[in-house]
Design a protein around this ligand. Sequence first.
Ligand code: ADP
Ligand code: MG
Length: 697
Amino acid sequence: MRPESLFPLFKSVSTLKGIGPRLQALIGKVAGDHIIDLAFHLPAGLVSRVRLEQLSETALTRQVIVKALVRQHTPSRNRRIPYRVVCQVGDDLLTLTFFNGREDYLRRQLPEGSLRLISGKLEQYSGEFQITHPDHILSPDEEDLIPVHEPVYPLTAGLTNGALIKASRQYMETVPQLPEWIDPALLQREKWESWKACLEKAHTPEGEGDLSPNAPARQRLAYDELLSNQLALELVRRSMKRKPGRALVGNGSLRDAIERSLPFKLTHAQNVALSEIFADLSAPHRMLRLLQGDVGSGKTVVAVMAIAQAIEAGAQAALMAPTEILARQHMAAITPLAEAVGLKTALLTGRLKGKKRDAVLQQLASGEIHIAIGTHALFQDDVIYHDLGLAIIDEQHRFGVHQRLALSSKGRDGNGGVDVLVMTATPIPRTLALTAYGDMDVSIIAEKPPGRKPVDTRAIEVERLDDVAGSLGRKLKDGERIYWVCPLVEESEVSDLAAAEDRFGYLERLYPGQVGLVHGKMKADEKDTAMERFVSGETRILVATTVIEVGVDVPEATVMIIEHAERFGLAQLHQLRGRVGRGGLHGACLLLYAGPLGETQKARLNIMRETEDGFRIAEEDLRLRGAGELLGTRQSGLPVFKMADLQEHGRLLSIARDDARVFLENDKALATPRGQAVRTLLYLFERDSAIKYLQSG
Ligand code: ADP
Ligand code: MG
């Protein structure tokens, strides 16, 4: 239950005076529906005013407050000429100008002969001081009503800054003083004030420095959010680890046999990852480990070795891929290795039906099948394992945390929980990985197997498309295969498809009978068929609209052509390029672009030409786009932060991680006073669902 102290913050913004349905909708758009969303909608700018007794050229273009004697109105009958009101400030004249000014209104605001306080931006026009559309016109005793510093909020059409300022004055009155959840020593070291004080400060900047992500108030608010993120992940992690795991201790016999059968030596990076995995498997707690490695870094063989140890210990293993075709590819890669040492594999996907499926289920239940490979069909209710000990999930970003948890429930009662290894080819910057996978231990394969030749990457103007297409003939003669990726236009799948079909027709005329097409509107099995024809070499050029299945391995593919490369994100470009040059042949990646390019687009294409290092590319991506958009964050299940900016607050993130670990170690049930405050924090950032993972008793 949400603590009562937070109730005022979770009221609808419509409970504020002056906020009706229209404003509510606009606020919903920029911030959210609740007071707390408004409270977390921090100013992006600031207007600072200076009080002037005398006008002066040095104050030009600044926001000023002056006391002015109103001298004379000059109304205008012409729309293009402004209404002018001449005033006197000290010895100087100041002209106030109003476009489309209404005379009756202005005469009431600015009676001739009266003294008025005026604020606005001081400018000069034909040698005269001037303020156009003053933002405040008040009587001299109302000076307090003109704020010297005024926050400027991010807005949307129809929403005024004034409305948000008014709202913030109102709700600030009801913002509660919350119990302190930050470690007192840290609070002192950073010299942070209370949450409430920091929130107030963040909304009342008095200089540019206060707007910086590194301003103390903003740092504290960011830290609070990062701490809540890390606490939630740590709670999940602890709950997973707490469930009795089992020690999958092998004798090394299968592992050694498989390693001997490999045509290559494992790389150092693979060996390091393996020793971490072996240690986890052997330990009596549950493994929850992320194996990160760029495309082609050799994760599959690591997975197979992990599986071997689980089987040596008498358990079964399952490997789940996000799509049918990827599952089949794993099946094709793993089965020979498994069979060579006497292990039996089976494929279980949604397409397996009837008697065949029954047979597989029966053999899984009897333990005859050692390794099940498939899609989420592996974990349907009626699938019963004889003794599942290890679950491996490939391509994490397509699955959510919940699937990850559901999975681990397939173990045999009494034998303890299933060990989980998640593999991802998406390079994620360290900071982001911590916020998304803080609940997992991480192994990284940063080194690629030897002998990989670099992919020759070029950016080419789309005007040269005919040359590019014409040059493919030689490659085809040599038996090489080519991907041709067509622009991805999110708003219109229809024109997307049209473009791909056009390109397909064009290439088919050049290279009759050798071109295939795969697009997002195809049914899954049509897609698979098109992919398979390309894999088998029946077609040699594959035109694709959607991103080609991550992870599909076609060793003969050497050329990746990406049309309108400027429209793709870096992570996507990198994933696509990773499809080629895998078979020891020289790969080429041609980035066809339509100019003129914006700065970011140019930077992206340059980075692609400079490096093939997935982690460096991910860091650059984060820099160019910000974490919010990285990898299509929302779909990927990566967290979105309101207060924290991962680029600015990386230091705070690691403090939060350590603090979350140490704190929960000492207060497992959130029972101490600080534990109670931490609960409030989790509710404040709506990460309270993690509370159900609390250790009971
Ligand atoms: P990933 O799944 O990480 O994208 P794979 O496991 O598919 O990569 O490996 C890519 C290719 O590299 C495969 O053909 C695999 O046989 C090969 N490979 C893996 N490890 C090594 C190694 N240590 N030395 C040489 N080749 C390797
Ligand atoms: Mg793979």
